[in-house]
Write a protein that binds this ligand. Structure first.
Ligand code: NAD
Length: 353
């Protein structure tokens, strides 16, 4: 298939591009190259004749249309987004511009492109929107999010993704665009930007800096290895039913503090020092509006498409720790030039936008 992947220079997008190429697909990667992008994530495929790159910003409709027309895709996998909750607290506008308006632009461009296709190709065309379980809000101590859980987004990030989900749904209902939506839990793995929890812990630890844990550290997330997510997305694209939502989860719930301690233990094994890295754990002010618990019922994608996570968290986390230890030049460039692990989204003291 000819795929157009948006956000392919990011964390999950690059895993999708690498996997799609390895499975014989031709891939055009549309990416604006924001602070979160890292073209080095695609070093292993950049000279492959099936890989193409278009630098374009989804906030620009003309540029988006030109990119879609140039790629002539059989399917679009839409991953490009502003993705960090803390940044959405400090500067929500760009989340609306990219995640909401950018998604609307991509839907318009996809529809215009598809309308010009011969009837057979039009029927085969797919638009897969990659979303998050955060649209469902927060759970108490029990229960799981399903595809029919009500939308109750609590952060500007989650709200912008929820709005994008609604736009995608409406393009399916109103214009007959063959859409699919996936809502996935927290991902971890190689190539994740250091602002997110797992790389934040690893890099703080090996730099001998305090490891920040928000609030009491008892918030619970369901963790999924990034390659398992990429595999699920390709499965949904190939076999999912149009108009459907598929929740994707890791079946690996962990309290943040337990995840942080596990990472410290893995680092103690991989790069021992005189003290345990866990001595660096420091509790800091909580994130405003911090959701307590996310957990996914991934039964539908298992029953319908035979997908379930393959990587157990201990193996995935060990791989991830090893990757960051082995790829210092990847993260050192980011820390030197773009982001030095400063606290973001701390709340009222942050500058309003
Ligand atoms: P990321 O922040 O690592 O990468 C985002 C990519 O999108 C970057 O390469 C960036 O340059 C690009 N981008 C941003 N704005 C753009 C614009 N206006 N035009 C074109 N490109 C633009 O993101 P990620 O963590 O890989 O997440 C990918 C997708 O998966 C997002 O839609 C996110 O909401 C969703 N998701 C992420 C997680 C997670 O745990 N990271 C979980 C569930 C769903």
């Amino acid at each position: 298939m000819k795929l157009l992947v948006t956000g392919g220079c990011g964390f999950i997008g690059s895993a999708v591009v690498r996997m799609a190429i390895s499975r014989g697909h031709e891939v055009t990667n549309l990416d604006a190259l924001t602070y979160a992008a890292n073209p080095a994530n695609l070093a292993s495929v950049e000279s492959d004749r099936r890989y193409h790159f278009i630098r374009a910003d989804l906030r620009n409709l003309d540029a988006t249309q030109a990119a879609v027309d140039a790629a002539r895709p059989d399917a679009i996998l839409h991953l490009a987004a502003e993705t960090h909750v803390d940044r959405s607290i400090d500067a929500p506008s760009v989340f609306v511009e990219t995640n909401v308006n950018g998604t609307a632009n991509l839907l318009q461009a996809a529809r215009a492109f598809r309308d010009r296709l011969p009837a057979d190709d039009r029927d085969e065309f797919r638009f897969l929107h990659v979303s998050t379980d955060e649209v469902y809000g927060s759970l108490g101590e029990t229960g799981l999010f399903s595809e029919t859980s009500p939308y109750q987004p609590n952060s500007p990030y989650a709200a912008s993704k929820a709005a994008a989900d609604m736009l995608v749904r409406s393009w399916g209902k109103t214009y007959g665009l063959p859409v699919l939506i996936t809502n996935c839990s927290n991902n971890y793995g190689p190539c994740q930007f250091p602002e997110k929890l797992v790389p934040m812990v690893i890099l703080s630890a090996i730099r001998g800096r305090p490891i920040p844990v928000y609030g009491s550290g008892t918030n619970v997330r369901d963790w999924l290895y990034v390659d398992d997510h990429a595999d699920a997305l390709l499965r949904v694209l190939e076999s999912g039913r149009c108009g459907e939502i598929y929740n994707i989860g890791g079946d690996a719930e962990m309290r943040n503090i337990d995840l942080v301690r596990q990472l410290c233990t893995l680092l103690d094994e991989a790069r021992p020092t005189t003290q345990s890295y866990s001595d660096l754990i420091t509790f800091v002010d909580d994130r405003p509006g911090h959701d307590h618990r996310y957990a996914i019922d991934a039964g539908k994608i298992d029953r319908e498409l035979g997908w379930r996570p393959r990587t157990d968290p201990r193996t995935g986390l060990r791989n991830t720790v090893k990757w960051y230890l082995d790829h210092e030049s990847w993260w050192q460039g980011i820390l030197d030039n773009r982001y030095d692990q400063e606290r973001l989204g701390a709340g009222p003291s942050a500058a309003p936008q």
